[in-house]
Design a protein around this ligand. Structure first.
Ligand code: SF4
Length: 287
C-alpha cells in the first residue's frame, strides 16, 4: 500500500494557537470554561476536558469571577459583553484572521449592507453577524438569495459588502457572490471581499490534487467541522473511494487492498497524532 499524506495535515495556525494557549492556561489549575466546543474535533475536546476545561452551552452556566475561553471561531459580541459585566475574565483565543474580518465589518457597518457567505448555524458567521448592524444577513445557499435581496431593498445604504466564513468552499463562495451581484445590478455598489482563509484554500487545493493521484482518499476530522466537510465534499466528487473518518476506530469497518494508493488529508482542527495513528494502522494491516 502506498500512503501519501498532504503537507497540510494537522492543525492550522489559528487552531494550533488556541489549543496550545488553552492548555497553557489550564495548567494553572483554575476553573476555566469554554462556550461550545473549542474546536470541532472530539479527540482534542477530550484531551482539553481531561486537563480541566469545562465546556458549557450557555453563558449563564459560567460562574461569575471565573475565566472564559473564547474559541478560535470567535463569539457573539453580546456574549462577551455579558461575561465582562459578570466579572468573568475573557481569554480571547479568536483566530487573528477572524478578528480581521470583525474589524472590516465594524468599519463597513454604518455605510453598507453586510452579507456573510457561510453556514447559518456555524458559530463563526453567527459571531461575525453580531458585529454588523441590523442591515446584514448570512447567505448560505441559492435558496436564501431572494430573502437576502428583499432585505437589501429595504435597507438605507447603496453599498453591499460581502465577506466569507473563513472555511467556506471557494467555488460556492464565487457562485453565490456572483449571483447576488447580478441581482443587485447597477443599483448598488457591490464589494466582494473573499475572506476565505489561505490555510483553508491551500488545503482544499491540495486535497483536490491529491485525490487525482490516488484511488482511495481519507479525510480525517470532526463530523461537525465545517472545513472537514468541505474537504470531503471536494474529494468525493473526484475519488470514488473517499472516506470521512474521525479517528482510527472508524477505519476498522473499511476494507482496503494492499495495492491501494491512499491519500490522507485532515481538517484544520485535526491533531497530527490522529494522522500518525491512522498511518500506523494502515501500514500494520496492509503492508
Ligand atoms: S482555518 Fe484559518 S481562519 Fe480558521 S482558525 Fe485556522 S487559520 Fe484561523
Amino acid at each position: 500500500m502506498e500512503i501519501i499524506c498532504s503537507e497540510y495535515c494537522g492543525f492550522c495556525r489559528g487552531v494550533n494557537y488556541s489549543v496550545n494557549k488553552a492548555l497553557e492556561v489550564l495548567h494553572n489549575n483554575e476553573k476555566i470554561y469554554c462556550l461550545g466546543q473549542i474546536v470541532h474535533n472530539e479527540w482534542v475536546i477530550k484531551k482539553l476536558e481531561e486537563e480541566g476545561l469545562i465546556i458549557v452551552d450557555n453563558i449563564d452556566e459560567v460562574e461569575s469571577n471565573s475565566k472564559l475561553i473564547i474559541r478560535a471561531h470567535g463569539e457573539r459580541k453580546e456574549v462577551i459583553e455579558s461575561a465582562l459585566k459578570r466579572n468573568i475574565e475573557v481569554i480571547d483565543l479568536t483566530c487573528g484572521k477572524i478578528k480581521i474580518i470583525i474589524n472590516k465589518i465594524k468599519k463597513e457597518k454604518d455605510n453598507s449592507y453586510i452579507i456573510i457567505i457561510g453556514k447559518k448555524n456555524h458559530p463563526e458567521p453567527i459571531g461575525l453577524l453580531s458585529y454588523a448592524s441590523k442591515y446584514s444577513s448570512i447567505l448560505e445557499s441559492d435558496s436564501n438569495i431572494d430573502d437576502v435581496y428583499k432585505k437589501i431593498k429595504d435597507n438605507p445604504y447603496k453599498r453591499v459588502y460581502i465577506v466569507s466564513q473563513t472555511t467556506f468552499g471557494e467555488k460556492r463562495f464565487d457562485e453565490l457572490a456572483d449571483q447576488i451581484k447580478e441581482k443587485l445590478n447597477d443599483d448598488y455598489e457591490a464589494v466582494i471581499d473573499k475572506t476565505i482563509c489561505d490555510a483553508t484554500d491551500k488545503r482544499q487545493k491540495d486535497a483536490l490534487e491529491l485525490s487525482k493521484q490516488v484511488n482511495k482518499m481519507i479525510v480525517i476530522g470532526g463530523k461537525k467541522s465545517s472545513n472537514t466537510l468541505e474537504l470531503y465534499k471536494l474529494v468525493k466528487d473526484r475519488c470514488e473511494g473517499s472516506y470521512l473518518i474521525q479517528d482510527v476506530n472508524d477505519l476498522k469497518d473499511i476494507t482496503f487492498k494492499k495495492e491501494d494508493r491512499v491519500g490522507i488529508i485532515t481538517g484544520a482542527s485535526t491533531h497530527i497524532n490522529n494522522v500518525d495513528e491512522i498511518v500506523k494502522y494502515l501500514k500494520d494491516t496492509y503492508e
